[in-house]
Design a protein around this ligand. Structure first.
Ligand code: BLA
Length: 241
């Protein structure tokens, strides 16, 4: 379901000079315990980004996932890019979330970084119908203009590919522009906020149950800790200073 989008994402990172970074042993690819699911991940570093991760889960008709998070360098205050796409083939249900995840919710931060996403959001009303979140807090690390859809085949086939391409283009534009903006946040503040994002997300992410059921709890724990949210488990004592 999401392979064309995955290819587009990887091509656009490579066009920007993306170089693969090593992934801890055993985490880049894993077949499920019952052989009915395969998870693959990639890690990139490219100019302006300290870490850009991509994960694809192929569990056939049961579930397809494309998930990606781009963490800008600590010198850039731009939002984190977040993508979470899920397709449940048996019930033909799509859950799609695409957002520029803000480090701050202040008016001035949102004004500086969200003109593009605001316009994109208005072009795809069919992908912006959902607001209610069960596990996350919409006011924490989500923007008011996120694309969040609980839909079906029509949204998955027609709107999503177009929106995905425009979303990526829009994020690259924001990124290019961010070099010319004077940052209101120091590199230390940006670092703290990005680490807090990993802590917050790892506590709320509804994916752990899926990883455990397909790949076992030990692997799921390692994947969360060493690949998805490594900053979560770094020494964060400086956050309290
Ligand atoms: C929801 N994401 C979900 C759900 C699952 C995953 C199972 C619940 C589905 C539902 O509500 O119907 C799955 N998340 C995954 C998987 C990975 C993952 C398999 O990270 C594998 C790596 N989630 C993100 C990112 C964003 C995000 C980057 O990882 C932001 C763009 C958002 N996911 C997000 C939101 C929901 C969700 C907002 C709805 C949760 C809610 O209702 O609170």
């Amino acid at each position: 379901m999401f392979d064309p989008l995955l290819n587009k994402l990887h091509k656009s990172i490579q066009l920007r000079g993306g170089k693969p970074l090593p992934i801890p042993d055993g985490l880049s690819e894993r077949l499920s315990l019952k052989g009915n699911g395969l998870i693959r991940s990639w890690l990139w570093q490219t100019r302006g980004f300290r870490r850009w991760r991509v994960t694809r889960l192929d569990a056939g008709e049961n579930l397809q996932v494309l998930n990606s998070v781009a963490y800008p360098d600590y010198s850039l205050e731009q939002p984190i890019m977040g993508i979470d796409l899920l397709w449940f083939g048996r019930t033909k249900k799509l859950v799609a979330i695409l957002d520029f995840q803000p480090l701050l919710q202040t008016d001035s931060y949102l004004d500086r970084h969200f003109q593009g996403l605001k316009q994109l959001n208005s072009r795809f009303p069919e992908l912006c119908g959902s607001r209610k979140m069960r596990s996350f807090d919409p006011n924490k690390y989500f923007s008011p203009w996120l694309l969040f859809c609980r839909g079906g085949l029509s949204e998955a086939k027609h709107s999503l590919p177009d929106a995905f391409n425009q979303f990526l283009d829009c994020y690259w534009k924001l990124h290019d522009h961010s070099y010319s903006l004077s940052s209101e946040l120091s590199a230390m503040e940006i670092k703290k906020l990005q680490i807090s994002y990993d802590i917050y997300s790892s506590e709320r992410d509804p994916a752990h149950g899926i990883f455990s059921s397909y790949f076992g709890k030990d692997w799921a724990d390692r994947f969360m800790k060493e690949f998805l949210f490594p900053a979560r488990f770094d020494d964060t004592s400086f956050l309290e200073e």
